[in-house]
Design a protein around this ligand. Structure first.
Ligand SMILES: Cc1cc2nc3c(=O)[nH]c(=O)nc-3n(C[C@H](O)[C@H](O)[C@H](O)COP(=O)(O)OP(=O)(O)OC[C@H]3O[C@@H](n4cnc5c(N)ncnc54)[C@H](O)[C@@H]3O)c2cc1C
Length: 213
């Protein structure tokens, strides 16, 4: 049996709410029943709560506001695309799906990033901002990527995050003198890239000696 909490909205004073307390919006993120009020994110009645979707609602709201103020933009509607990183402990899996009504459809799954930069919160502006802040990868726009690539450079780039994670865990385990675990993390890196980064062959030799000594 699986028990899940029932979602409940914030019922913000002064704003209309549905039966569960969430704010109903239209395709332009306008609050239903009010003029000039917009909402985006988990507090809205859209059933899937996710940061990436929240940014897409915010995009729709901002474009509509800008158009109302006379900007030369044709406001696009909220067309939800769900992008998720499944962190499995070794290498992430990337998932992407369009949503029809309340249900995901046209799902895609890949071991290499399906959007760039490959941040957990995939927003048009927030993703590149977070990537830059984390100094992982610079970028100015969120770009969807095809499902797979034969280009070894792209495959390498897709492994970067997993490699960094595995190396971080390897060093942490070695610092804690858990050399068998540190060596297993190096095996993960080898599986990803075929080789170890500079300096890690020596570390592996040393960790092997310590593991057996
Ligand atoms: C554990 C966890 C992991 C997640 N991982 C991911 C992920 O990998 N990718 C992803 O896209 N999404 C993820 N999400 C979902 C994501 O965090 C939310 O969808 C996103 O934060 C929603 O943004 P928001 O601005 O609508 O709400 P929030 O981020 O919750 O911000 C609402 C803000 O409003 C404030 N507030 C509340 N009530 C009031 C009030 N009355 N007056 C003033 N301020 C108020 C709150 O304090 C809060 O700061 C995750 C969520 C959780 C819990």
């Amino acid at each position: 049996m699986l028990a899940l909490p029932r979602l409940e909205g914030p019922r913000l004073a002064g704003l209309p709410a549905d039966d569960l307390g969430f704010i109903e919006i239209d395709d332009h993120a306008r609050v239903v029943g009010l003029d000039n009020v917009y909402a985006a994110g988990d507090a809205t009645a859209f059933p899937i709560k996710q940061g990436g979707l929240a940014t897409q609602q915010a995009d729709a709201a901002v474009e509509t506001i800008a158009a109302r103020l006379g900007a030369a933009v044709k406001p696009s509607t909220f067309q939800p695309i769900l992008r998720g990183m499944l962190l499995t402990g070794i290498a992430p899996t990337y998932l992407r799906a369009t949503i029809n009504g309340d249900l995901p459809e046209h799902g895609e799954l890949a071991a290499t990033p399906l959007w760039w930069p490959p941040t957990k919160i995939a927003g048009r502006y927030l993703g590149p901002y977070l990537a830059e802040t984390a100094r992982r990868e610079e970028g100015t726009a969120l770009e969807d990527q095809p499902v797979s690539s034969d280009d070894p450079r792209e495959v390498q780039a897709g492994h970067r995050e997993a490699r960094e994670l595995a190396l971080t865990f390897a060093l942490a385990d070695a610092n804690s003198q858990d050399y068998p675990s540190a060596l297993r993390w190096l095996e993960v890196v080898e599986q990803l890239d075929g080789i170890l980064p500079p300096g890690y062959i020596e570390k592996r030799t040393e960790w092997r000696e310590r593991a057996h000594g």
